[in-house]
Design a protein. Structure first.
Length: 180
């Protein structure tokens, strides 16, 4: 029997020892290259949020832009890019966070959302959860209400999804992988 989550998971490529030894990188590029898998993926998110009374979709730099912007388009919503530091041209607010391989900073335009906006925050995967938590904090500092965090992949054993749920963020992920 067809299961869309299994279908998506079966089209994610695992690249061993990248970007460093011991890491099993989950590459979503094959999902994007195949029109059928890309459509199935986008439809999973669109069907989930089509009646959610949302104002915006926010996407994390960079692969969250790919999924988030298409979902925003399909739902007739605006899109908020949350970028790596130094990439946005207007007045920004920033949030530093730790990730599996070090630390980083993300930024958002100060006028990206307004108080009361209902937002879904999308990224490609959840590892340690730092990136999505930083995005959540930025949106909330601007007064937005994050309905849910969403990702294609949850790397369960890295603990990010548990940490995000503990922070109060409901999560939706398409599939899970053990082993990072």
């Amino acid at each position: 029997m067809y299961n869309p989550s299994d279908y998506i998971k079966n089209h994610i490529r695992t690249v061993a020892n990248w970007p460093q030894d011991g890491v099993m990188f989950r590459d979503i590029t094959p999902l994007l290259q195949n029109p059928k898998t890309f459509r199935v993926l986008i439809d999973l998110f669109v069907h989930r949020y089509m009646d959610a009374n949302l104002d915006l979709i926010a996407g994390m730099d960079a692969r969250g832009f790919i999924i988030g912007s298409v979902v925003a388009y399909e739902l007739n919503l605006g899109f908020v890019p949350i970028r790596k530091k130094g990439k946005l041209p207007f007045t920004t607010m920033s949030e530093e966070y730790t990730l599996e391989y070090g630390s980083a900073t993300v930024e958002m335009h100060t006028d990206a959302c307004k108080p009361g906006d209902r937002v879904v925050l999308i990224d490609d995967l959840i590892a340690t959860g730092g990136t999505m938590l930083a995005g959540k904090k930025l949106l909330e500092r601007n007064g937005a209400f994050i309905i849910e965090g969403a990702a294609i992949v949850d790397l369960v054993d890295l603990g990010g999804s548990a940490m995000l749920k503990k922070s109060g963020l409901p999560l939706f992920t398409v599939c899970e992988f053990d082993g990072h």
